[in-house]
Design a protein around this ligand. Structure first.
Ligand code: NAD
Length: 500
C-alpha cells in the first residue's frame, strides 16, 4: 500500500513518528493508501527548514518570487488533469468539479504574480521641513496553513501563493483524509524553481496542529475547517501571540421571492445543493421560498430533478454527484435526515440507504439526494451544518420573515436571493448580515482578486482570505521617517514635533 509522507526542505521526509492513518477511496470504500501522522519533532524539522529559508526568500526581489509562481501557474495549467484525478481519488468529487477547484486555486496564483504591484508602498515627501516618510509591507516569517478535506487544492491555494509572493515561508498541514495533492503541489513548486525550505508539507492530526500552534517560530496561522476547530485554532494561536485567520462552518440560505424565475431558481438549487455532494462551505442547504404557493411550485420542480441525479464515481464522466468523504460522515448526514423526520419534517425525496450498483463501487460512501420540506428553526437538521446532499425547505410568508430567519442563524458564510425586484435585491445586499451575498447567483464565491470570508461563527479573526485581505494578513507594515543632516536642527527638541 502506498504511503504518503511529509515534504520538508525540498524533499520527501518520512519523519520520526510511527503513527499512520488509512486514506480511503470514497467511491470504492477501500483504504488504498496510508499517510504518516507527524510527531512534534517532525513539525520542528519543518519549522526549522522554513525559518532557515526565510531571510533569503524575504529579500528575494518580489518580481523574482512572482516569476517562480508564474512558472508554477503554467505547470498547473498543463497538468491540472493529473491533480484533479488525485482529488477525485481521495475526495470522491467528479473530475470536472475537481478541475474547477484546481482552476479556482490557480486564479489565486495569478493574483499573487502581481506581487510587485500590490507590494508597492506609500511615500510622502516633506511631512515636515526636510522630512520624508515611507511605508512598506514586509513578510512575517514562517506561516502555517491548516486546511479541510473538502477542497484539498483550492483552499491551500487561498493561502500559500500570497504568503510566498509576499516573502514568507510556509508549512501546509493538509487534511489527513485527502493528503496527496498537497505533496504534488510541493513538488511542482520545487520544479518551478522555489528554493528548498520555502514551502513544506507536514501531514497529521491534532498533534501536528498543536505543535504548530505552540511553536514560537510560527508567526501566523491560516485555518479553514469546522467552527469548533476554527474557534480553538484562533483562541490557541492568538494566546500564543500569533496572527490568526480561521474560517469555520456554514449554513447558507437562499430566499426565493414570488417574482423569481422559478426554473432558474430550481436549477440553481440543484447545483448549489447537490454539487460536490453538498460538501462545500458555500453549498445552499436551506431554501426559503416566500409564500406557500412559491414553495409548492418550487418543490414540484425540484423533486424530479433530485430523483434523476446521476450518482456515481468520478471514473464515470456522466456522474453528477460522487460519494461522501467517509463512512462516518455518511452516517452523520443520514442521521440528520432521521432526526428531521422524527422532529416533523416531511421527507419529500429520501436519499437514505442508496446503494451504488456499478461494479466495484457497491461499498462506496454514496448517499442519494434528499429534500426535506416543512423544516423549522428548532430542528437539529436546520441548526446543524449537515455538509451533505440534503436540501431543507423552510417556508416563510414574507421577505422580512425570511431575512429574520437568516439573521437568527449563528453561521453567516454565504447567502442568496432570487428575485426580479431591484429594491428587494439592493436592500438584501445592503442589510443582510452575511459575508458573501448572491443576487440571482447561488454560490457567490468571490474571485481571487476579491476576498473570501463569512461573518459571525463562520470566521474568527479580522482578515478574509486572498485578494488584498490576504496581502494584509501575510504582511506587516513598517513606516520610516527620514531626515538628512542638511535639514536637522542643531539644538535638542523636547516637545512633541508638530508642523506648527
Ligand atoms: P475539520 O475542522 O474537521 O478539519 C480541518 C483541519 O483541522 C484538518 O486539517 C484537521 O486535521 C484539523 N483538525 C481536526 N480536528 C482537530 C483538532 N481537534 N485539533 C486540531 N486540529 C484539528 O474540517 P473538515 O471536516 O476537514 O472540513 C469540513 C468543514 O470545513 C466544514 O465545517 C466546512 O464548512 C468547513 N469549510 C469552511 C470553509 C470556509 O471558507 N468557511 C471552506 C471549506 C470548508
Amino acid at each position: 500500500m502506498d504511503q504518503i509522507v511529509h515534504f520538508i526542505n525540498g524533499t520527501a521526509y518520512k519523519g520520526r513518528s510511527d503513527r499512520t492513518q488509512e486514506v480511503f477511496n470514497p467511491a470504492t470504500g477501500e483504504a488504498e493508501k496510508t499517510v504518516v501522522l507527524a510527531a512534534v519533532g517532525d513539525v520542528d524539522a519543518a519549522v526549522a527548514a522554513a525559518k532557515a529559508a526565510w531571510p533569503k526568500w524575504s529579500k528575494t526581489p518580489a518580481l523574482r518570487r512572482a516569476r517562480i509562481l508564474d512558472r508554477f501557474k503554467n505547470i498547473l495549467w498543463e497538468r491540472g488533469d493529473q491533480l484533479a484525478a488525485i482529488i477525485s481519488a481521495e475526495h470522491g468529487k467528479t473530475h470536472d468539479d475537481a478541475l474547477g477547484e484546481v482552476t479556482r486555486g490557480l486564479e489565486v496564483v495569478e493574483f499573487a504574480t502581481s506581487a510587485p504591484t500590490f507590494l508597492k508602498g506609500e511615500f510622502s515627501e516633506n511631512v515636515g521641513t526636510g522630512v520624508d516618510c515611507y511605508m512598506v509591507r514586509q513578510s512575517l516569517g514562517v506561516c502555517a496553513g491548516i486546511t479541510p478535506f473538502n477542497f484539498p487544492v483550492m483552499v491551500p491555494m487561498w493561502m500559500f501563493p500570497i504568503a510566498l509572493a509576499t516573502g514568507n515561508t510556509f508549512i501546509l498541514k493538509p487534511s489527513e483524509r485527502d493528503p496527496s495533492a498537497a505533496v504534488l503541489l510541493a513538488e511542482w513548486l520545487t520544479e518551478a524553481g522555489l528554493p528548498d525550505g520555502v514551502f513544506n508539507v507536514v501531514h497529521g492530526d491534532k498533534v501536528a496542529v498543536d505543535a504548530l500552534l505552540h511553536h514560537p517560530d510560527v508567526k501566523a496561522v491560516s485555518f479553514v475547517g469546522s467552527t469548533p476547530i476554527a474557534r480553538y485554532i484562533h483562541q490557541t494561536g492568538t494566546a500564543n501571540g500569533k496572527r490568526v485567520q480561521a474560517l469555520g462552518g456554514a449554513k447558507n440560505h437562499m430566499i426565493i421571492m414570488p417574482d423569481a424565475d422559478l426554473d432558474m431558481a430550481a436549477s440553481a438549487l440543484m447545483g448549489a445543493g447537490f454539487g460536490s455532494a453538498g460538501e462545500r462551505c458555500m453549498a445552499i442547504s436551506v431554501a426559503v421560498p416566500v409564500t406557500d404557493a412559491v414553495a409548492d411550485a418550487l418543490i414540484e420542480k425540484l423533486i424530479p430533478q433530485i430523483e434523476a441525479l446521476k450518482i456515481g464515481p468520478a471514473s464515470d464522466p456522466a456522474s453528477e454527484m460522487g460519494p461522501l468523504i467517509t463512512a462516518q460522515h455518511l452516517a452523520k448526514v443520514e442521521g440528520y435526515i432521521d432526526s428531521g423526520e422524527a422532529q416533523g419534517a416531511r421527507v419529500a425525496v429520501d436519499g437514505r440507504n442508496y446503494r451504488q450498483k456499478k461494479q466495484g463501487y457497491e461499498n462506496g460512501f454514496f448517499t442519494g439526494g434528499t429534500l426535506l420540506d416543512n423544516v423549522t428553526e428548532d430542528m437539529a437538521c436546520y441548526r446543524g451544518e449537515i455538509f451533505g446532499p440534503v436540501l431543507a425547505i423552510v417556508r416563510k410568508q414574507s421577505y422580512q420573515d425570511a431575512v429574520d430567519l437568516i439573521h437568527g442563524h449563528e453561521y453567516a458564510n454565504g447567502t442568496a436571493v432570487f428575485t426580479r425586484d431591484g429594491d428587494v435585491a439592493r436592500n438584501f445586499s445592503q442589510d443582510i448580515e452575511v459575508g458573501m451575498v448572491g443576487i440571482n447567483v447561488p454560490i457567490p464565491v468571490p474571485m481571487a482578486f476579491h476576498s473570501f470570508g463569512g461573518w459571525k461563527l463562520s470566521i474568527f479573526g479580522d482578515h478574509h482570505m486572498h485578494g488584498m485581505e490576504g496581502v494584509r494578513f501575510f504582511t506587516r507594515i513598517k513606516t520610516t521617517t527620514t531626515r538628512w543632516p542638511s535639514g536637522m536642527r542643531a539644538d535638542p527638541e523636547f516637545t512633541m514635533p508638530t508642523l506648527g
